[in-house]
Design a protein around this ligand. Structure first.
Ligand code: GDP
Length: 318
């Protein structure tokens, strides 16, 4: 057995995470998940990206909505609204159990890493799922009207405010989770994969944890990212809007430039093959593949393509 580490955020990342979990043996995969989106709400500790990965890998995710659990009911939300409580962040009844149990364990002194491992095991997931850090990191989106905490920006304001910059509160003193640090040091590490998550909101918080960039720069195994940009647009979510607001061209070349020094190869969509030259000009090798993941077969196929690429990639030849 060898080991593959994948860095991911929520929905876009979880799609590839599912493919990787089907292409590899459980003990071969470690998923490192963004916790910059985590927040405390209604007295609960909520980790949206970890939950998206947990629900996706356990087959419990709602496919239409794109977040939360399938077969959900909303009695709690309705009752809370009737009492005049805060309802801008939707919490389904089944989902609520995850937050209650996580909050209870964290309050009792367990780490987010151990709570996440326990939830994964309970949900029947074999792959290792670890938060990027057990320390508190909070993504802040700075707008012309002042700073917004991530969920206020993302959910309450539906990403409408213009982003001027993004910062990661607490990142400078956060430590990599033990699973993260240990995985990056493994001698049998066969690949590091950066999922097609939002680079600014989902991957940058992971890269902001001290030591992560240096560890990635040192790694000899192939480091492969999948571009979240297809045909000059994001598949979903605010990635393209953010890039425009931050003054970055909405292209895979920009993604390559963003990850320069941290990745060896950027995989872009087949139909964007004409962008390959602009990617390699950033000092990053480029591969093309079908990267739009609609079905579970698409996710598995992309995962297999990436693992093949990792097996055959020679850095000096790039
Ligand atoms: P969030 O935390 O829920 O916003 O999810 P992520 O940050 O993990 O993913 C959002 C990004 O995933 C967006 O930039 C999308 O363009 C990208 N994305 C979503 N689905 C796909 C897909 O099927 N293929 C590719 N290449 N990118 C995707």
């Amino acid at each position: 057995v060898s080991c593959v580490a994948a860095l991911c955020g929520g929905v876009g990342g979880a799609k590839l995470a599912l493919g990787l979990s089907r292409a590899l043996q459980p003990e071969e995969l470690t998923l490192i998940v963004n916790t910059g989106d985590d927040f405390e709400h209604l007295g609960l500790s909520i980790s949206p990206d970890i939950d998206t990965v947990l629900y996706t890998l356990s087959g419990l995710a709602d496919r239409e909505r794109g977040w939360g659990r399938d077969d959900e009911t909303w009695n709690f939300m309705t009752a809370l609204g009737a009492l005049g409580g805060e309802t801008w962040f939707q919490l389904g009844d089944r989902d609520l159990a995850t937050h209650v149990e996580r909050s209870r364990r964290l309050a009792a002194g367990e780490t987010l890493s151990s709570v996440t491992a326990l939830l994964a095991a309970r949900l029947g997931i074999g792959a290792r799922i670890a938060p990027m850090s057990d320390d508190r990191v909070r993504t802040i989106v700075h707008t012309p009207d002042g700073p917004l905490s991530f969920q206020h920006y993302f959910v309450r304001e539906r990403c409408a405010p213009r982003a001027v910059s993004i910062s990661f509160d607490g990142a400078d003193t956060a430590r990599m989770s033990a699973a993260f640090a240990e995985t990056l040091e493994r001698r049998d590490l066969a690949a590091v994969i950066i999922c097609p998550s939002n680079p600014y909101l989902s991957i940058d918080p992971i890269l902001a944890v001290p030591g992560v960039r240096a560890a990635l720069a040192r790694i000899r195994a192939p480091r492969i990212a999948v571009s979240p940009i297809i045909g000059g647009e994001a598949v979903k979510g605010p990635t393209a809007k953010l890039m425009r607001e931050l003054g970055v061209a909405v292209t895979s070349a920009s993604i390559a430039a963003h990850y320069r020094g941290l990745i060896d190869v950027l995989v872009i969509e087949d139909t964007d093959a004409s962008d390959a030259a602009t990617v390699t000009r950033q000092g990053v090798a480029c591969a093309t593949a079908p990267t739009l993941m609609r079905t579970d077969e698409d996710k598995l196929a992309l995962a297999r393509t990436l693992l093949d690429l990792a097996r055959t990639f020679r850095r000096d030849a790039a």
